[in-house]
Design a protein. Structure first.
Length: 198
């Protein structure tokens, strides 16, 4: 537990200074930064050799933060979030869900997709949850690979270029095989639902 709190503190310090981190998420290893800092976000795009039109997602720790970023949240979003965290659905529990929602605000402009949407995931993973709680802001999350290369399923699969390119590597779960990438569901404010990735 001590190690967890210490790593949260170290990652927080780096993020506060506009740095980018490599960290374990509830799915795969991710590269992240403060979702309100456009310069830090630009660093991630550069490191991944990715164009800014390929948007990244953000992690949040609950309802309050969601309402800070989205004024209108479709009712179905809450049903999907409840399902992905419910203990009676083993499959849903193993597969976190990313929601793409309309008209985000209070995040950096270079994080928002060209159609004015943003992908978000509510996290329960202790490191991410505590870090977001300390930041009081959403945390950017994108897979730890150069754009177009396979998503690494374990820390040992992450390329040296990515490891050298971040400002801090979180020293937790380095021997764990990652979960699968999340399901992605796009919801519009007029309640249309589209599954992007199962």
């Amino acid at each position: 537990m001590e190690n967890l709190n210490e790593e949260v503190h170290k990652a927080f310090e780096v993020i506060q200074q506009g740095g980018i981190i490599l960290y374990p998420t509830d799915t795969v290893w991710g590269i992240g930064c403060d979702a309100t800092n456009p310069d830090a976000i630009a660093k991630i795009y550069t490191l991944k050799q990715r164009t800014e039109t390929q948007s990244m997602i953000v992690l949040m720790n609950g309802e309050k933060m969601m309402y800070n970023v989205f004024k209108d949240i479709p009712e179905v979003a809450w049903q999907i979030i409840d399902l992905s965290g419910s203990s009676d659905s083993e499959q849903a529990k193993q597969k976190p869900t990313t929601l793409i929602l309309d008209k985000p605000r209070n995040v950096a402009p270079n994080l928002i997709a060209v159609d004015n949407t943003l992908g978000i995931r509510i996290v329960k993973e202790p490191f991410c949850f505590k870090l977001i709680e300390k930041m009081r802001k959403p945390l950017v999350s994108t897979s730890a690979n150069i754009s177009g290369q396979p998503t690494p399923i374990a820390f040992k699969d992450i390329s040296p270029e990515i490891i050298k390119g971040v400002d801090y590597v979180v020293n937790l779960h380095r021997d764990k095989i990652a979960g699968k990438p999340s399901t992605i569901i796009k919801l519009t404010n007029d309640s249309q639902v589209k599954v992007i990735r199962k």
